[in-house]
Design a protein around this ligand. Sequence first.
Ligand code: TQI
Ligand code: CA
Ligand code: ZN
Ligand code: ZN
Length: 173
Amino acid sequence: HYSFFPGRPRWPANKRDLTYGFLPQNGLTDTIKIVFSRAFDRWSEVTPLTFTETSSFQSADFKIGFFAGDHNDGEPFDGPMGTLAHAFSPPAGHFHLDGDENWVIDGMPIDDGNFFSILSAVDLESVAVHEIGHLLGLGHSSVEDAIMFPTLGAGTRRVELGSDDIQGVQVLY
Ligand code: TQI
Ligand code: CA
Ligand code: ZN
Ligand code: ZN
């Protein structure tokens, strides 16, 4: 079953059109940006919310960036595996991904110059869909095929919202 964060934080009812931006220093490719737009689309399909990319990182509701190790928010990343990403509950829209993961898009490793190991491959779109759930106010689910279930096998692609995810987000919006 779905869950919420303590106090059930969510984006206010007068704010249905949300924006997201990418940390400029990350210099992300269009391929990577398309993965995030597909992930946001899955949630907008089942809610009254819209998500639009903005070039103004500062004013974006969701601030997306890749960071390695300690990045000064009290939750340092830990190299390959372990913590993959973290997102904060509303109205803090920080969405950080561990730059040291072996990220995969559509089965292809992102060529970021780092050593790649298929054994620790992590599907970027799967993690994006999960973290957007957190950004919208969903906690973890006990339903195994839900996006918000807190484990994902190495290399596994899990991007379709489950009925449990949809029910949960529709309680909020
Ligand atoms: N990051 C955790 C997560 O997003 C951070 C976290 C731990 C958390 N406990 C929490 C967030 C409680 C909100 C509430 O779940 S993670 C997965 C999954 C992670 C894990 O790096 O462990 C995904 C990130 F589901 F596969 F295990 C993305 Cl998809
Ligand atoms: Ca990690
Ligand atoms: Zn962080
Ligand atoms: Zn989670």
